[in-house]
Design a protein around this ligand. Sequence first.
Ligand code: ADP
Ligand code: MG
Ligand code: MG
Length: 882
Amino acid sequence: MAVKRVFFFGGGKAEGNGAMKDVLGGKGAGLAEMTSLGVPVPPGFTIGTGACALYYGNRGKLPQDLKSEIATNLSKLERTIGRKLGDPKNPLLVSVRSGAKFSMPGMMDTVLNLGLNDKTVEGLAKKSRNPRFAYDSYCRFLMMFSDVVLDLPRGAFERIIAEKKRERGIASDVDLAAEDLMSVCGAFKALVKERTKKEFPQDARIQLELARDAVFRSWNNDRAKYYRKTNGIPDDTGTAVNVQAMVFGNMGDGCATTGAREQYGEYLVNAQGEDVVAGTRTPRPIRDMKKEFPKVFDQLMRITAKLEKHFRDVQDFEFTVENNTLYMLQTRNGKRTAAAAVKISVDMVKEKLITKEEALFRLEPRQIDQLLHPVIDPKAKLDVIAKGLPASPGAATGAAVFHADKAVEWATEGKDVILVRKETSPDDIHGMDVARGILTAKGGMTSHAAVVARQIGKTCVAGCDTIDVDETTNRFMAGGKVVREGDFISLNGTTGEVILGKAPLIAPAMTGAFAVFMSWADAVRRLKVRANADTQRDARVARNFGAEGIGLCRTEHMFFAEDRIPIMQEMILARTLEDREAALSKLLPMQRDDFKGLYREMKGYPVTIRLLDPPLHEFLPKREELMVEVTKLQLIHADRSIIEEKKRLLERVEELHEFNPMLGLRGCRLGIYYPEITRMQVRAIFEAACDVTRDGIRVHPEVMIPLVSMVGEMRVQKEIVVAVAEETMRRHKRKFPYTVGTMIELPRAAMTADEIATEAEFFSFGTNDLTQTAFGFSRDDSGKFIQHYMKENILEADVFATLDQGGVGQLIRLGLEKGRSTRPTLKVGICGEHAGDPKSVEFCHAIGLDYVSCSPYLVPIARLAAAQAVLREKKTGKAGKK
Ligand code: ADP
Ligand code: MG
Ligand code: MG
């Protein structure tokens, strides 16, 4: 037989199991595992992800042997249940459910109640003695199938229902009678015929084929693609298709449906599938079920406890109660906030359910970002205008917007926005992604808005039913106040409060379970983590987040301050050495103070200070602006001396003009051309160090020469550094360790690293420039074509965010090896943006770097990524360097 592609589950046995997520998808694997464990699951079969690849590889056609494998499994399902698909007397109804290896909640499609047509609906009505239920199911099916398979949006269908309710004078769908639903079904079919010019497909087998293919296609709908891209899920794994016998929560009041347990548990009576998540009716908390269906409730608690123990993780469940019988429909590792993930895993370690090492994998390094979000200052006076459900914690403030597209538009302009909707749907995902927070009027703790917000780490207040949202006039009413588009509001996702205006936010504390968790990461990792910081404030944040030193202080940032830039310009414009030194001597005390602040915060941890790097024009006014200014001054006959001064400035700017400033007089070339700049900076570095050592603070300055490509450059700069450093220490009668090293950011530096290491005592790979110079991509101009390259599959990821291991990574590896070959004690790290990217951190660990240095807010991410790198290496048995 060919490869097995379809896997049956039912009657306590399953052909697949929980470990087969690759093949069965997460949902299929969960259904198989639950079935084998004896949990009540409606029977069915999973068409594996391999079939999805065949579907795409074969222009939408499935091979014959696969089709017959599916047919065999369908017959088996029919035998197990004792009903047949399309049988007018005793019809089998199925759901056709998507489900990929990685959970993508609500992004792909599912069709419920498949198998209904004009004949089987009558059979179902007779058999169940419940015509209302039968036509309710048919309505749902017609609408869902049309939406998913025929691509007819739901809006038109919903309008028909709304019209019917108006006609009958009722408020809730539940109050529609069988006859009403029957006529709605008729209207639905007429609508389909009008829009598609074809009858709604009546043949149940054809329905099944069409739905199966639509589920395959939903792998590549826009929102699924977007979701994969933003969540780093690969595009080639495909979805499985689960065909499963339907059970019904909509047969009357003895039926409840779906929900997770305890924390966020919710259910709805007399409902089906997506009613709970869609946010159209507000569900009830699960504890109410205890009173309403005590037996079923107990059974549910037993099953969920058993499954959580079995899967060794908190689970999200879906279930349906059909006539007081419980069925489990889905189980998956809980979607939860980073804070909950940390708390739960720390607790589980205490209870000895998992090890510390396992705990460290319960959090994606990127998720830590959520824990570093600010909270509302508890001391602030707030104008609370409404209160909803605390659906996803944190705090956010921003301008209210009412549509996802608008959110994107404003966010791109750099505005903070809060997306306000009656309820969200998967089509809003791009808006949710860019918003600071999300506010919905409808839906519960398991509504779409709430689940997605928790997963992407956005603050969310859901089900805030005291606000009245009008999405056509773009405003909402709350507590007698009107909030219009653009008005500022704030959300507290921990309490559910909606606040008028901008609430003051403060930084979070690194305490409790999180501190414990991070201490485990620190105990495991080998890579050191430092921060890129230029100010005392950044340095303090960095230490608070656990940075073990500063890996990059960009001294030029200190010159851009308003009170310094005129002196800096004076220095640049100076025509003689004397004038230049005069200006530099004014800058010296300022630099010295900056460095003292850094040393004070770092208390003996190394501080790497890079000498002046950018091209000088960055400090000067733009040539074109100056030209306009001079012309204007001439037109208004301004004072001659003012005009002359501007003209001189313009002249000098023109002299300094370069065609390619990034490849011009910058980096170490500056310090070689104007050694007095290097002398001033080194003096400031060492005088500051001498000063703070008098207060008993230990220091370890590391002076870094930028943009070296030849050992000669390194040699002449190092000579100056050492001379000034020694002279300064002697003058101040202080002595402390210091080192002189270089930034490796040019391919030639990596190629000749063995020579450079004869002078340099440390290397720091500047991966931003190294990526720039290796690819010949300008970082400031590449946004456009890199996106295009990713679409065309020329590039897998943005090389300025995730290190290009195949090229730039090889330069690093080579530079490291060559450098250590001449100087075995060479300390080596990286200091580009990549240092906060988990995959890149793993690479840095694998090749044997000593440290990574990233922006302060990424430090905890890098700490966890570095720990996971060690544990993964252990698991795969690849000890030591690659
Ligand atoms: P998603 O991946 O978007 O959660 P699902 O495939 O889980 O989609 O299905 C959507 C909804 O339909 C869920 O609430 C689920 O519980 C319900 N559902 C799926 N299959 C069945 C079934 N065989 N019987 C009853 N309800 C079902
Ligand atoms: Mg589901
Ligand atoms: Mg650089």
